[in-house]
Structures are given as structure tokens and as C-alpha cells.
Write a protein that binds this ligand. Structure first.
Ligand code: MLC
Ligand code: AMP
Length: 504
């Protein structure tokens, strides 16, 4: 029996080596982590979790939470991580759609989630940020030796929800092959070895913190400083003991604001990596001037894992996302005709390779619509490949805002705003924000005398949308600009409010 992804992780783990460093007194070795993952897998088996069952997890970041991911791989369950910011209303949709057998949440959330879970036939266990909770209570007396479920390359390993430009979120199915092939490629491309110590300050419910940071660490037999969240001071403090940092652009913007951060703090670091959102060329330049390090920018998606990366040894060019990774084919096509475009011409970025997901959970039509006849995934990103082979992302063909590395689909926010009594219509846009890259902004048209203000709108959204999706500012307008087809011209609104947060 073999377990495609976990067998390789186990084989890569050095004996008696550190895996997760919590602080100077607490470290989880690979042996510790594997033993606990065996116990949790045994406990899940006793709960009736079988290969292919979904396990939805909405918990704070902790070593135990990462180990639960390993337990799911070992038991053949499909790991389904959920953003801790999601409200109960949002959770209801995910649980209803994915039909997990087990939902793991913080003890404080149990009561609320249990009502939803029961309705969808799921059981609920808990896991707190300090590692306590009913799941670990169950695991404590279980054997650490667990016979791993047999999983082939094509079996599902995880489902990650990604919002849709139309309608509700879609669950992207990632197989064992998708995750293993991409993490091995990145490990080799970025020269990650057992000597590396990664600063892990990203959330663990998205591709970046879960698959890129964690799987690469595991497959290199390296270790990581597991920080509960990004805090510039804490990152600067731990930096002298580390060799790598992976982050979204906001991490680098905030590090540059810290007077404690500079060449000296970064002396032991061999690689700074950025992704999930565009890194401004000026951040790249300022960072290099301050530290002597050229940030390595790469490009990925939930559906595809990582697609391109600036080189480890060659020139890392600001404003580009580098070359297609080995095994990954990237092409640019004319969105109107689908024909492949030559170098330097801008069009739709399309991707093919072992990294590309299997499809959307129970949405065959949506899956089919996002692939070309010859099997390329249509990314929705607009870009070009220059004559030196570097990929540039120049815009988005999809109506999407990326704020601090989180995706927000305007349609979802607009439908919530439009339901508020007194609102006629709304348009949600992203405009430059000095900290988050883009700031979610709503332009709202109200009925005369509706008596709505910024506060009433935000409070109406409170229980409906995760905090990061809520507009940072709401602007009231008489009407929305439309083209002759009646479509709202968001480009005009983006221009009009371009200086809203930057004040330039
Ligand atoms: C938090 N807030 C955000 C936000 N994060 N608002 C907009 N955008 C965000 N990203 C809210 C908070 O709830 C808070 O609300 C207020 O904004 C200020 O919070 P903060 O304390 O400044 O935020 P912080 O907790 O420091 O978080 C910011 C952050 C975090 C950038 C560190 O968002 C983060 O870790 N982002 C990483 C996202 C990520 O991992 N993306 C990868 C996706 S995978 P208030 O008003 O209540 O105080 C992917 C594929 C790929 O894209 O290529 O990698
Ligand atoms: P997600 O659906 O959260 O996985 O977000 C994927 C999207 O993030 C991509 O389609 C891009 O639009 C964007 N993205 C990821 N990395 C980069 C990058 N380095 N530069 C620009 N955009 C990026």
C-alpha cells in the first residue's frame, strides 16, 4: 500500500530533526509530528472517517492544526481548510456544498457550527490555538502507529474554495499528484534543503501557507518557525535564526516600515519570496537597496499551485513573475480567438501541467468552461511573455480584488450590499492601498431619503461577510457610470477613486 504524498514526506524527514519551532523552548521534531498525526488519524478512523471523506477545518494556526493536515493525508481524507475570518453564514455554504463527514472548529465556535453541521450530516470536533480540544482528547489514547490509507497520485488530497466571479465559491480539487509534483519542483528550484529554517507567518488555510510553505519544508526535511500571524516586529526578532521568508507583498511593505529591519536583521536569510498578489516594483527596489536582497517573486493560483518563478541564480526582475516552472507550460492566447500569441503580446495566461487541479467539486460545467479543448487551464489573468522568457502579469480578465493576498470577488460583496433596505445598486472595486495593495471599496446608489451611511452599511455586512471582504470605504453616488450595453464601467470608478487611500 502506498500513500503518494505522505510516503514521500516521511521518506524526506531526517532522523531526530526539528520540523516546527514554536519558540526557544518548544520544538516539534518530525518524529513527534508524525506520531501525533498517527494518533489523530487513528482517532478519525474511530469516528468513522474513511478515505475520500471530507474533513473541513476552521481553526487558528498551530502546530496541531498542521499536524491535522498530515493526519488527513494519512487517513486518505480530503482536507478542506477554511479561512478563520468566515462568518457562520459563509460556513453554512461550504459545509452544505462539500458535505464533510467531520468539521473541526475552535471550542468557542462549536455551538454555532454544530447547528449547521447537523443539518448537513457532519460531526463536529474542536481544536484550539493552544492545541487543546476534543479532537486531541480523542487522539491522546490512540496508537501512534497508523496504517496509512492507500492513495494514488490521482486521488483527492484537498479541496480549497475559491470564490467565483459569478455565483458562489467553487471547491478546487487538488490531488496528491498536484501537491507533490509542485512542492518537489519548488524545493529544487529554490534550493531548499534540510539546513533551511523558514519563517512561516502566513495563514495555513490557503495554497501559499499550506502547500507552498509547508509541503516544501516537509519535502526538504527543513524546519519552520511557526508564527501565529504576520507581525513585523516578531518576524524581525526571529530573522537572525532563519534562512527563508515567504510572504505576500504586504509583508514586505510592512517590513520596510520597520526601523529595526535592514541588512543586519536579514544577514542569515538566503531567500525572500513573494507571491499571491503583485509586488510593486518600487517595493522590490527599495527592499534591495535596504537589504541587498532581490525578492524572488513567483506566481500561482489555488487551482494550479505555483506556475512561474523568478530564477534562483539568474536575474530576478521587478514587476515580472519569472519563468514557467519545469513541467509547467504557460502560454498567452488571444481572448477573442484563443490563438496563441507571440512573445511580448498581451493576452490570457493559460496553464498546463501536473500542478493543475482536477476540477471543481461537483461542478463539471464550470470545470469544462475553464479549460481549453487542448487541456490548458484559463487563468483569468492577463499577461505576456517577454522576449527573454519572463512572464509579466499585466491585469486581470476576471473581476477580482486582491487585498493583502486575499481574493475578494466584487460580485459577492455587491449582492450582499444590494440586499440592504434602501440600496438601489452598488459597484465594488479595488483601488491602490498602501498596505493591502488594493483596498476593497464600494460605490453605492441609495433610494432618495434612504438614510443610509457608511456605518449602517458596514454593520449590515458584519455577520454576512468575512471582515477582509468588507469595504474599507463606502462612497455614495447618484448613479453608476455605464457603457452603451448598460454594463457598469468599473475602470472609470477605479480611475475616479484611485487616490482614495494613497492621498496622492
Ligand atoms: C486583515 N484584514 C484585512 C486583511 N487582513 N483587510 C483586508 N485585506 C486583508 N488581507 C482586516 C482585519 O480583519 C482588520 O479589521 C483590519 O483589516 C486590519 O488588520 P491588520 O491587523 O492590519 O491585519 P493583519 O491581521 O496584520 O493581516 C494582514 C495580513 C494578512 C496581510 C498579514 O491578511 C495575511 O496574512 N494575508 C495573507 C493572505 C494569504 O496567505 N494569501 C495567499 C492566498 S493563496 P478590523 O477593521 O476589524 O481591525 C494564493 C495563491 C498564491 O493567492 O499564488 O499564493
Ligand atoms: P487565489 O485564487 O487566491 O489562488 O489567487 C490567485 C490569483 O492571485 C492569481 O490568479 C493572480 O491574479 C494573483 N497572483 C498570484 N501571484 C501573483 C503575483 N506574483 N503577481 C500578480 N498576481 C498574482
Amino acid at each position: 500500500m502506498s500513500n503518494h504524498l505522505f510516503d514521500t514526506m516521511r521518506a524526506a524527514a531526517p532522523d531526530n530533526a526539528p520540523f516546527i519551532r514554536i519558540d526557544s523552548t518548544r520544538t516539534w521534531t518530525y518524529d513527534d509530528a508524525f506520531a501525533l498525526s498517527g494518533r489523530i488519524a487513528s482517532a478519525m478512523d474511530a469516528l468513522g472517517i474513511r478515505p475520500g471523506d471530507r474533513v473541513a477545518v476552521q481553526v487558528e494556526k498551530s502546530a496541531e492544526a498542521l499536524i491535522l493536515y498530515l493526519a488527513c493525508l494519512r487517513s486518505g481524507a480530503v482536507y478542506l481548510p477554511l479561512n478563520t475570518a468566515y462568518t457562520l453564514a459563509e460556513l453554512d455554504y461550504f459545509i452544505g456544498d462539500a458535505e464533510p463527514r467531520l468539521v473541526v472548529v475552535a471550542p468557542a465556535a462549536r455551538e454555532g457550527v454544530e447547528t449547521i453541521a447537523k443539518r448537513h450530516g457532519a460531526i463536529v470536533e474542536t481544536l484550539d490555538a493552544d492545541g487543546s480540544g476534543s479532537l486531541l482528547d480523542l487522539a491522546r489514547d490512540e496508537p501512534a502507529d497508523f496504517v496509512d490509507a492507500s492513495r494514488s497520485a490521482d486521488d483527492m488530497a484537498a479541496i480549497l474554495y475559491t470564490s467565483g466571479t459569478t455565483g458562489r465559491s467553487k471547491g478546487a480539487i487538488l490531488t496528491h499528484r498536484n501537491l507533490l509534483s509542485n512542492a518537489l519542483t519548488l524545493r529544487d528550484y529554490w534550493r531548499v534543503t534540510a539546513n533551511d529554517r523558514l519563517i512561516h507567518a502566513l495563514p495555513i488555510f490557503h495554497t501559499h501557507g499550506l502547500f507552498v510553505a509547508t509541503n516544501v519544508t516537509l519535502l526538504a526535511g527543513a524546519s519552520m518557525f511557526l508564527l501565529s500571524k504576520f507581525d513585523a516586529d516578531e518576524v524581525v526578532s526571529v530573522m537572525p535564526q532563519a534562512t527563508m521568508l515567504m510572504g505576500v507583498p504586504t509583508f514586505y511593505v510592512r517590513l520596510l516600515q520597520s526601523p529595526r529591519f535592514g541588512k543586519e536583521a536579514a544577514a542569515s536569510i538566503r531567500l525572500f519570496i513573494s507571491g499571491s498578489a503583485p509586488l510593486l516594483a518600487e517595493t522590490h527596489t527599495e527592499f534591495e537597496a535596504r537589504t541587498g536582497h532581490a525578492i524572488l517573486e513567483r506566481y500561482g493560483m489555488t487551482e494550479t499551485n505555483m506556475n512561474t518563478s523568478n530564477p534562483y541564480e539568474g536575474k530576478r526582475i521587478a514587476g515580472t513573475v519569472g519563468f514557467p516552472l519545469p513541467d509547467v507550460t504557460v502560454r498567452v492566447t488571444d481572448p477573442a480567438t484563443g490563438l496563441v500569441l507571440p512573445a511580448e503580446q498581451t493576452g490570457m495566461i493559460e496553464i498546463k501541467g501536473p500542478n493543475v487541479f482536477k476540477g471543481y467539486w461537483r461542478m463539471p460545467e464550470k470545470t469544462a468552461a475553464e479549460f481549453t479543448a487542448d487541456g490548458f487551464f484559463i487563468s483569468g489573468d492577463l499577461g505576456k511573455i517577454d522576449s527573454d522568457g519572463y512572464v509579466h502579469i499585466v491585469g486581470r480578465g476576471k473581476d477580482l480584488v486582491i487585498s493583502g493576498g486575499y481574493n475578494i470577488y466584487p460580485k459577492e460583496v455587491e449582492s450582499e450590499i444590494d440586499q440592504i433596505e434602501g440600496v438601489v445598486e452598488s459597484a465594488v472595486i479595488g483601488v491602490p492601498h498602501p498596505d493591502f495593495g488594493e483596498g476593497v471599496t464600494a460605490v453605492v446608489v441609495c433610494k432618495p431619503g434612504a438614510g443610509l451611511d457608511e456605518k449602517t452599511i458596514v454593520s449590515a455586512l458584519q455577520d454576512r461577510l468575512a471582515r477582509y471582504k468588507q469595504p474599507k470605504r463606502i462612497i455614495f453616488a447618484e448613479d453608476l457610470p455605464r457603457n452603451t450595453m448598460g454594463k457598469v464601467q468599473k475602470n472609470i470608478l477605479r480611475q475616479q477613486y484611485a487616490d482614495l487611500y494613497t492621498g496622492t
